[in-house]
Design a protein around this ligand. Sequence first.
Ligand code: ACO
Length: 336
Amino acid sequence: MNLLESIIERAKADKQRIVLPEGTEERTLRAADLILSNGIADIILLGDEQSIKESAKKMGLNNIDKATIVNPKEHTKKKEYTDLLVEIRKNKGMTFEKASSLVEDPLYLACLMIKNGDADGEIAGAQNTTGDVLRPALQIIKTLPGVKVVSGAFIMFTQTPQYGENGILLFADCAVMPNPNAEELASIAVSSAKTMQSLVNVEPRIAMLSFSTKGSADHEMVDKVREATDLAKKMDSNLLIDGELQADAALVPSVGSSKAPGSLIAGKANVLVFPSLESGNIGYKLVQRLGNAQAVGPVLQGMAAPINDLSRGCSVEDIYNMVAITANQAIGLKKN
Ligand code: ACO
């Protein structure tokens, strides 16, 4: 069984409630129909019930009746969620008036449902930008205890089985934190290890990437990566991590042993932590496009409940897979 199949099987075995705020969007509806038909998750669609049902009928979808449909404009828990939002954001100037308008925004409503225990995870982004999906999640769900920042990882299924874990690698941060400081970068490394362990089910071997390997260059950007490596080791003394390493030293055994002799990670890394969002986002897209790798994600990590963001160019299959991944994250968080 391949990795995605096993993620899907784990989701089926312990069904989670996944809320899809973009409930009227065509790819979302098609993915929801398949998920319900295959029993991968319980689906909550946000949107006007009549238009969702009409769209489903036009598309010939037969399973949307199994979804729970919640209209953000009128539902029984509106007052409860408004009070909850005021409570969470009262120190940030949230008034009852502002909150009662925000609870009608599906992206806020989805996070409030999760916070209130009415859903286990959320996926959006087929229509909305990353910033719009993330902002309510960062404000309402927030990070896990002890985690500094939320970040976004991609599971990269490459065509190069000689690297990573039989060609599978985790790249982070590719989606959230534009310019992390050393402490934030360390936190991204710790979260990435957990994502690799829980989704790919292998021991993470983390390379903290830079344009320098073990002092080959001197620059404040290199210092940041070195400091982050030390901090990550302090945050989790069991981590298998090394840095700073260039990408070739991280991946290629011969380069690793010549540039970083004695390193347990050089030449064997399966988790690549990039020093900034620029390098991470550009890096994963280059590997995806030029290397023909399948990039699954971004899987948001470090959040107290799983919220995942889609690319606006996503396919029905991307949404389908992401629901299964989100369900796995929810199962993992409940176990810890
Ligand atoms: N982790 C945890 N909390 C965070 C993070 C983070 N990474 N970033 C912001 N926050 C918190 C802030 O502390 C703040 O909390 P508070 O209101 O309770 O004090 C809240 O979130 C809002 O923070 P702001 O900085 O005001 O929010 P802003 O909207 O300006 O920025 C955002 C947050 C949306 C994540 C921004 O950093 C962003 O746009 N990042 C880039 C996203 C992007 O475009 N990625 C590339 C595309 S994705 C792709 O290609 C796959």
